[in-house]
Design a protein around this ligand. Structure first.
Ligand SMILES: [Zn+2]
Length: 372
């Protein structure tokens, strides 16, 4: 170990930016797996990586009777997948996760190939030639295409692009006023950054209950990576850390109670509502503990009730015969799933403080039901 404490060396904002710059589409998270694994091993820790690419690092508790807790965030980001190449070198694609079609035209894309990264743009009808009836239309994926600059299928093949190759939004980072920033893949690099910061704080701690910190894969694809970790780790409690869509913009005002700058979000209900009966109602004792922890250590915190969102927490409670006390802690984020996701550093910092306190408080929670 160095003579300086890791906590003082750790720069949360810098780490977040590094994380966002690494492309990790669902199922192809390897670059980020390497980064996080190296980051953990450099701190003298011994993470494990399962066959799904999910990373776990465990901090054993001193009390065998205490609850164990798994704190998780997902490594992957949504993207596109190459589905076909036409004779003129235009590349067709499908969405990988919930990419909003309406942001795609005019967007810069990077294709991950076995030969390296290939830049592309999503084409769109030149404005001068767009008929009035098309000007306000969002187009489905099937009518969109990637332009690589290549003018034949052979030229695309020469670049190393194959059917099945994943793509991500090109990384960019814009500093905004008020400690806010706009970039790609804040969903869920905010969560990953929060967990790395939590790890920093756990290195010198001696928790009563075991704390597992885990980084899942393919959340944007199937929201079930945590289930494999539960079979391996058998935790009593799961705290899933992801983003919460902020509804404090003119177009969304009032849709949920979540705002940028108001601190960490305690999810009280999420439900997908699009055909899957998936979502989460937090365990009451765990929510109460989160409430108390947030009131004690955070400048402010907020609640979320949201229809239209599902994440890695959705199927966790039923993943073990004893039932798992589960909740979602989230970081407010504007423009989710777009290339300009926007967040505020203080919200991330406050989330880290909350997670540290809550992970410790979980050890002695009474999780029995009924709870009246
Ligand atoms: Zn997410």
């Amino acid at each position: 170990m160095t003579t300086t404490s890791p906590t003082t060396e750790f720069d949360l904002a810098r780490t977040l930016k590094q994380l966002c710059a690494i492309g990790a589409p669902s199922g192809h998270e390897d670059r980020l797996i390497v980064f996080v694994n190296d980051w953990l091993t450099e701190r003298g820790l011994t993470p494990t990586i399962d066959r799904l690419g999910q990373i776990t690092v465990s901090f054993p508790g001193s009390d065998p009777e205490a609850n164990s807790v798994l704190v998780s965030a997902h490594l992957d980001q949504l993207g596109l997948v190459v589905s076909n190449v036409d004779a003129n070198g235009y590349v067709r694609f499908e969405r990988l996760g919930g990419v909003p079609e309406r942001v795609l035209p005019g967007t810069r894309i990077v294709i991950h190939t076995s030969k390296g990264d290939v830049p592309a743009v999503v084409g769109l009808k030149s404005h001068h030639l767009t008929p009035p009836e098309d000007k306000y239309k969002a187009l489905p994926t099937a009518s969109l295409y990637l332009d690589l600059g290549a003018d034949s299928a052979a030229a695309v093949e020469a670049l190393g692009v194959r059917v099945g190759d994943p793509c991500v939004y090109e990384f960019s980072w814009t500093e905004l006023d008020g400690g806010r920033f706009s970039t790609t893949s804040l969903d869920d690099r905010l969560g990953v950054a929060a967990l790395l910061a939590l790890v920093e704080r756990l290195i010198d701690a001696s928790p009563a209950g075991t704390v597992h910190v885990a980084f899942t894969t393919q959340e944007e694809f199937h929201v079930r990576g945590t289930l494999a970790l539960i079979q391996k780790l058998d935790p009593d409690i799961v705290i899933n850390v992801d983003v919460a869509p902020a509804a404090d913009t003119p177009d969304l005002a009032g849709a949920t109670a979540v705002k940028l700058g108001e601190g960490p979000v305690l999810n009280r209900l999420s439900f997908h509502g699009r055909g899957t009966l998936g979502g989460l109602i937090p365990h009451p004792a765990l929510l109460e503990a989160a409430d108390a922890a947030a009131a004690a250590v955070c400048d402010s915190f907020q609640y979320e009730v949201i229809i239209g969102l599902i994440n890695d927490a959705a199927f966790v409670p039923m993943a073990s015969g004893k039932g798992i006390a589960t909740m979602g802690v989230a970081i407010p984020t504007r423009y989710t799933h777009s290339p300009i996701e926007t967040a505020q550093l203080t919200d991330l910092e406050q989330t880290v403080i909350l997670l540290e306190r809550l992970a410790g408080d979980c050890a002695s929670l009474n999780l029995e039901r009924p709870r009246l």
